[in-house]
Write a new protein. Structure first.
Length: 291
């Protein structure tokens, strides 16, 4: 519980940092008097993404709904875990892609959807699949779709404000733009980068929480750890193709679906897989499952 509490505080702190970056950038535009307009646009963007998150993600992955006859293991696992959590049964989908991955989406447990790719269904045994599906269900129960939508909207608004400043400049005087030309240029470059990094940090924090909470739900942290090992190798061997639609939903997936190494890992929406596995093994050790 201590780690979960720490991650909750970390998420709050990261949102405060996003607000700080936005307010700083807004101070360049007429002393911040138009900031309310960007806040309104941000709220509208957040609402649209939040209410349509399930449709957007499922469409991007070309997923289709499946019946219990087609995927009995998925239905059996999700039904059992949903009943255990005292939550409604989500809709189940399968994406035809060979890249192994899974995600959950939906604005609340009553409007949730869980999707597995054909690749992950072929790669994992039932115990490992249970660990993955427990992780995905906890994203829904923890309201991570709302958190991710808000973070994405904030980051998008900061980038939009920076672009507007690039075309129209800051304040009309040093009084309206106290940082001067150098400060303006620095903010134009650094603000969108800072917003993206903060958004990614929020996503990483929620992944750690879903790992821990999902392992608690299934009672088997080593099953999820085993699945993550396979997914690390599988996503490297069969990454998703570069596509803006897929990039917009990649943060929802249990594993980073794109091939990345070196500096690109700094901008990844997922924590390093070895750290996630180490945390799960530590959890299993504390519960007496691993020595």
């Amino acid at each position: 519980m201590g780690r979960k509490h720490f991650n909750g505080l970390k998420t709050t702190g990261l949102f405060v940092a996003l607000w700080a970056v936005m307010l700083m950038l807004g101070s360049f535009i007429g002393g911040g008097q138009y900031l309310w307009m960007f806040a309104l646009l941000s709220v509208a963007g957040t609402a649209y993404g939040y209410w349509n998150s399930d449709k957007l993600a499922i469409r991007a992955m070309h997923a289709r709904p499946v019946t219990e006859v087609e995927q009995p293991a998925m239905y059996r696992i999700v039904r059992d875990l949903s009943q255990q959590a005292n939550q409604p049964m989500p809709r189940l989908y399968v994406s035809p892609t060979a890249a192994p991955n899974a995600f959950a989406t939906g604005r609340n447990p009553q409007n949730a959807a869980v999707c597995c790719t054909a690749g992950i269904l072929e790669m994992l045994d039932e115990r490992e699949l249970r660990g993955v599906l427990g992780h995905e269900l906890m994203h829904v129960y923890n309201r991570d779709i709302l958190i991710g939508s808000v973070a994405a909207a904030f980051a998008g608004m900061i980038t939009a404000v920076a672009q507007m400043l690039f075309f129209f400049g800051g304040g009309n005087s040093d009084r309206e733009n106290p940082f001067g030309a150098i400060g303006l240029i620095a903010m134009l470059i650094l603000a969108p980068i800072a917003a993206s990094i903060i958004r990614m940090a929020i996503s990483r924090t929620r992944e750690y929480d879903a790992d821990e909470d999902g392992a608690s739900l299934t009672g088997d942290p080593l099953a999820l750890a085993s699945a993550l090992r396979k997914l690390e190798a599988g996503t490297r061997a069969r990454p998703l193709r570069d596509d803006p639609k897929l990039e917009n939903v990649s943060h929802m997936m249990i594993a980073n679906p794109f091939r990345g190494a070196g500096l690109s890992n700094l901008f990844a929406t997922h924590p390093p897989m070895d750290q996630r596995i180490a945390r799960l093994e530590e959890m299993a050790r504390a519960q007496g499952y691993l020595r």
